[in-house]
Design a protein around this ligand. Structure first.
Ligand SMILES: CC(C)(COP(=O)(O)OP(=O)(O)OC[C@H]1O[C@@H](n2cnc3c(N)ncnc32)[C@H](O)[C@@H]1OP(=O)(O)O)[C@@H](O)C(=O)NCCC(=O)NCCS
Length: 160
């Protein structure tokens, strides 16, 4: 399994595997804007690619832009296909994202998820700590309401 920045050639696989939950046009737009943003910016759209070339996992990692938050980076859209869950891939993806964040000088990695889901337990299992919970912060499809749980982990500081 290879973890690398997304490429235009991943669009079809991302869409076919329903990783983004978007139409093919929206997926293409997302990938193209991510690759544009990566040029000169502190933002990556990472994909985990199986041997045949299919995308089985993804996350974005972005350095926060506010001047007081430049030491923080946040994961977004972290998803792994059910067939590849529980295999250690989540840890490899977080490690890859952490390396990018560390290279940008960040010392905090953040993520948020729906409270009470496997994702919350998985993030804690990966070493994140809960620092906040917003009751009813997420309104999902079908009227489902979840708390938004926000988590963080400390990143090793780089010696110059
Ligand atoms: C969230 C998601 C990416 C996590 O990936 P995953 O493969 O399910 O994660 P894992 O089961 O490997 O769990 C990660 C770690 O937490 C541990 N863990 C999982 N459940 C645990 C539990 N109940 N108690 C303690 N540790 C637990 C695992 O053992 C693993 O640690 P390891 O690498 O040392 O084995 C995946 O479940 C997913 O795509 N979910 C659907 C989309 C989603 O909800 N994304 C989050 C949006 S913010």
């Amino acid at each position: 399994m290879l973890i690398r920045p997304v490429r235009e050639s991943d669009i079809e696989s991302l869409h076919r595997n329903r990783l983004c939950g978007l139409t093919i046009e929206e997926t293409a737009e997302l990938v193209m804007s991510a690759t544009d943003e990566e040029h000169g910016d502190e933002s990556r759209f990472l994909v985990a690619v199986a041997q045949g070339g299919g995308v089985v996992g993804m996350t974005t990692v972005k350095r926060l832009k506010h001047r007081m938050c430049r030491h923080r980076a946040e994961l977004g859209g972290f998803v792994i296909l059910p067939v590849a869950r529980g295999t250690g891939l989540a840890r490899r993806i977080v490690d890859a994202a952490s390396r990018h964040a560390g290279d940008w000088g960040c010392s905090i990695l953040e993520v948020s998820c729906r409270g009470g889901t496997h994702a919350e337990k998985a993030y804690v299992g990966l070493g994140f700590q809960v620092w906040g919970q917003l009751p009813g912060g997420f309104h999902d499809h079908d009227g489902l309401v979840f708390d938004e749980v926000r988590l963080w982990m400390s990143l090793p500081t780089k010696t110059p």
